[in-house]
Ligand binder design. Structure first.
Ligand code: NAD
Length: 485
């Protein structure tokens, strides 16, 4: 008997609505179809936008403290169903269960709670300027229907980072998650129903980017698009909607350097760089993929790093000893291994990683999309594996001599998302940080995120910032009102 597949419909106007067609969704660790998700047409997107439009007048005039209470309720209900969310997110994405439980779903809960409370203070504040003849003040107004598009690597984590600020600011939403990881939104939509979120405030449409996503991006009555995904997709959507003057936030790819000086805390640096290179199978936009190590400790660093990388277990996501689960798809695994092969053929040394034939995998995982943590050395800065985003468990380690040289080399790629600096020298941190072409510089750490701080990239890593007031600024229009006496 064929297995019973999870079916995920669109969520429009507070109801699950069937679509004419469905897309197979694969479980990355087994390579088998485990779910069917709606393949939305342009008409589905139009219906979702209409529902969001109809919900807007009521929702935008609901007092912010009431909107905030519903977000808090959403967070509580996700917390109550944490284990269900964790199981689905891991099965759908390929990430270890422990990671979804420790990071992804707690972050979803935090996103709703954070913006629920943040908006209470932020949306009520305004600028005020008075003189003898007039008073000028500002009000922050919700904009309307927002289009939110998210990728597959941190599915609910990134989607909730958009939905929470958009709705607490009084907007309504049409969200389109990645076609590869849409299953957990079914549970999220149930939570919205149970939390009493009014119908039509959040609508979720599923399907391919080039059809469902594209229809949303060019919809004339969706004035705001918040997109997280690949740089090439962002270029395409910006071009295709250029004539519509939309407000865009674009969070895109990265090719992030770690810069390791001889005076660093060596053991901590190795541990964190292993995590920053290989966590979530290297499928985090902020993952480190180029490690520049000062020449005096280069050999020692490579040896310690490779030893540790080899010790990281690749395997079944449900196994608590698994460090790296499966990559998202067969196509993506082939892309990742293609970069490794390309580097080998170009003369680089593959210190460890790649092949998985000898992995000790359970029978159910024999067709899964696994790649071992891979470390590459003896590679030129202009090789594809050093320049392009691989988005897998692959990192290159290269030596450098001095500050000026490493800044120039770190900046020599088209991306500019984040960097990490490893040194005990505070003056060096102060000197170097402004010169690194990135949105975030972590010093002696990685992925320590304070949601009040702006998050985003420069160059081809994106435009705009998310987090705290940066999200509420994006999801509102601040209007000036001038009263002359
Ligand atoms: P992608 O660009 O292929 O897809 C992202 C989303 O866009 C998906 O929902 C997809 O269906 C949709 N889409 C595709 N074509 C579209 C179109 N023409 N119109 C509208 N929507 C369309 O990216 P991906 O492969 O899902 O994700 C990986 C990429 O995301 C990597 O480059 C990674 O660095 C980036 N990313 C960036 C951040 C960040 O915050 N900067 C975070 C996570 C991932």
């Amino acid at each position: 008997m064929p297995p019973v597949l999870e079916t995920v419909h669109n969520f429009i106007d507070g109801e699950f609505q069937p679509s004419d067609e469905y897309i197979d969704s694969y479980e990355p660790s087994t390579g088998k179809v485990w779910a069917r998700i709606a393949n939305s047409s342009e008409e589905d997107i139009n219906r979702a936008v209409e529902a969001a439009e109809q919900a807007f007048p009521q929702w935008s005039s609901t007092p912010v403290d009431q909107r905030s209470k519903i977000l808090m309720k959403i967070a509580d209900l996700i917390e109550e169903r944490l284990d269900e969310f964790v199981e689905i997110e891991s099965k759908d994405q390929g990430k270890p269960v422990w990671l979804a439980k420790m990071v992804d779903i707690p972050r979803v809960i935090h996103n709703f709670r954070y913006f629920a409370t943040y908006a209470l203070h932020d949306l009520n504040s305004s600028s005020l300027k008075q003189d003898t003849s007039s008073t000028n003040y500002t009000v922050k107004c919700p904009i309307g229907v927002t289009g939110l598009i998210s990728p597959w690597n941190l599915p609910l984590y990134l989607l909730s980072f958009k939905i929470a600020p958009a709705i607490v600011c009084g907007n309504t939403v049409v969200a389109k998650p990645s076609e590869m990881t849409s299953v957990s939104v079914k549970l999220l939509a149930k939570v919205f129903q149970d939390a009493g979120l009014p119908k039509g405030v959040v609508n979720i449409v599923l399907g391919y980017g080039k059809t469902a996503g594209q229809a949303l991006v060019v919809h004339p009555r969706v004035p705001v698009i918040s997109f997280t995904g690949g740089t090439a997709t962002a270029e395409h959507i910006r071009r295709s909607a250029a004539h519509l003057c939309k407000k865009f936030s674009l969070e895109l790819g990265g090719k992030n350097p770690a810069i390791v000086f001889e005076d660093c805390n060596f053991d901590k640096c190795i541990d964190v760089c292993i995590r920053s290179s290989f966590i979530n199978q290297g499928e985090v936009c902020l993952c480190t993929s180029r490690i520049f190590v000062q020449r005096g400790i280069y050999e020692k660093f490579v040896q310690a790093f490779v030893e540790k990388a080899k010790s990281k277990r690749v395997g079944d996501p449900v196994d608590s000893s698994t460090f790296c689960g499966a990559l998202i798809s067969l196509e993506h695994r082939n892309k990742v291994t293609g970069y490794i092969e390309g580097a080998r053929q170009g003369g680089a040394t593959i210190q460890c990683g790649h092949g998985v034939l000898d992995l000790d995998l359970p029978a159910r995982c024999k067709d899964g999309y696994f790649v071992r943590p891979t470390v590459i050395t003896d590679i030129a800065d202009d090789a594809p594996a050093m320049k392009e985003e691989i988005f897998g468990p692959v990192t290159c380690i290269v030596p450098f001599d001095d500050e000026a040289e490493v800044i120039q080399r770190a900046n020599s790629v088209k991306y500019g998302l984040c960097a990490s600096l490893w040194t005990e020298n505070v003056s060096r941190v102060h000197r170097m940080s402004p010169k690194l072409d990135v949105g975030t510089v972590w010093v002696n750490c990685w992925l320590v995120r304070d949601l009040d701080m702006p998050f985003g990239g420069i160059k081809e890593s994106g435009t705009g910032r998310e987090g705290g007031k940066y999200s509420t600024e994006f999801f509102t229009e601040e209007k000036t009102i001038c009263i002359q006496y």
